[in-house]
Design a protein around this ligand. Structure first.
Ligand SMILES: NC(=O)c1ccc[n+]([C@@H]2O[C@H](COP(=O)([O-])OP(=O)(O)OC[C@H]3O[C@@H](n4cnc5c(N)ncnc54)[C@H](O)[C@@H]3O)[C@@H](O)[C@H]2O)c1
Length: 253
């Protein structure tokens, strides 16, 4: 799908991987809508002319419904969604303080998995109602999984479960939405240099860099955005989760 003039929504677009997508999409002429729970003053990137911002919790059905309809009203028919909103967590199943609390597990599943699914289902409903492009496409939905879906480390039970859920729903959603001309693809990033990792001590950062076969560095958020852009442009990519990780395979801890 050609990006220029299309309406693309980015969740988590105020920061990190989402912010990089917003910048790249704008540079390619897209009308971009951002959904983020942060208020607009806290956005990381430059304000584009064709940019609409909504402070939205992606897990909230009412907020998402209202904001989606308002975004379509101002930015036109929705052609794409990049789901970047997500949270991390590091807790053992059983530590010397006792078992993993259910509240944290539920919160991570709620934001990362249910929030992503909430965006997918409500966006697909709106994409289905507009005319397809001349190649028969109505939309592209890109979800952000993680390599933790495959090589989850000790302490990542909740996070890995949430990202594994995203990976597993990619194919059935793509199969189902194919008739509507909507593709569903997920990206599983390795370790990227975003605010999520910005607070890491130099030693931990350098350890992660050494674990990456090539290139021996953290990923640049722009490289994530470039893959998302390519997914929009290449109509054969569908129903798959793509690792973007410099061949890193995480050890147990
Ligand atoms: N950075 C990495 O190395 C890495 C690796 C693998 C996967 N990921 C995934 O990529 C995605 C983006 O990560 P990032 O590193 O850019 O993080 P980030 O913290 O920089 O950005 C995440 C954004 O999501 C927003 N958000 C969180 N919960 C939300 C909610 N309920 N509703 C709306 N917005 C919400 C936050 O406000 C924030 O702006 C996440 O899903 C993360 O799990 C990141």
């Amino acid at each position: 799908m050609e990006i220029n003039g299309k309406h693309i929504l980015v969740t988590g677009g105020a920061s990190g991987l989402g912010a990089a997508c917003v910048e790249l999409l704008q540079a390619h002429g897209a009308n971009v809508t951002i959904f983020d729970q942060k208020s607009e003053e806290n956005i990381e990137h430059t304000r584009g002319t064709n940019q609409v911002y909504h402070q939205v919790d992606i897990t909230n059905e009412t907020e998402v419904t209202i904001a989606l309809d308002a975004a379509i009203e101002s930015n036109g028919a929705l052609h794409g969604v990049i789901n970047c909103a997500g949270i991390g967590s590091a807790k053992k199943v059983l530590s010397n303080k006792g078992p993993h609390d259910l509240e944290t597990f539920q919160k991570v599943i709620e934001v990362n998995l249910i929030g992503t699914f909430n965006m997918l289902r409500l966006s697909a409903e709106r994409m289905k109602s507009h005319d397809p492009t001349d190649t028969g496409e109505r939309g592209v939905i890109i979800n952000t999984a993680s390599i933790a879906a495959y090589d989850g480390q000790i302490g990542q039970a909740a996070y890995s479960a949430s990202k594994g859920g995203i990976t597993s729903l990619t194919l059935p959603a793509a199969r189902e939405l194919a008739n509507a001309g909507i593709r569903v693809v997920s990206i599983a990033p390795g370790v990227f240099d975003t605010p999520l990792f910005g607070a890491l001590p130099e030693e931990a950062r350098s350890h992660l860099e050494q674990l990456t076969p090539f290139p021996k560095r953290l990923g640049n958020p722009r490289e994530f955005a470039e893959l998302a852009l390519h997914i929009f442009q290449n109509s054969m990519i569908n129903g798959e989760t793509i690792r973007l990780d410099g061949a890193i395979r995480m050890p147990a801890k």
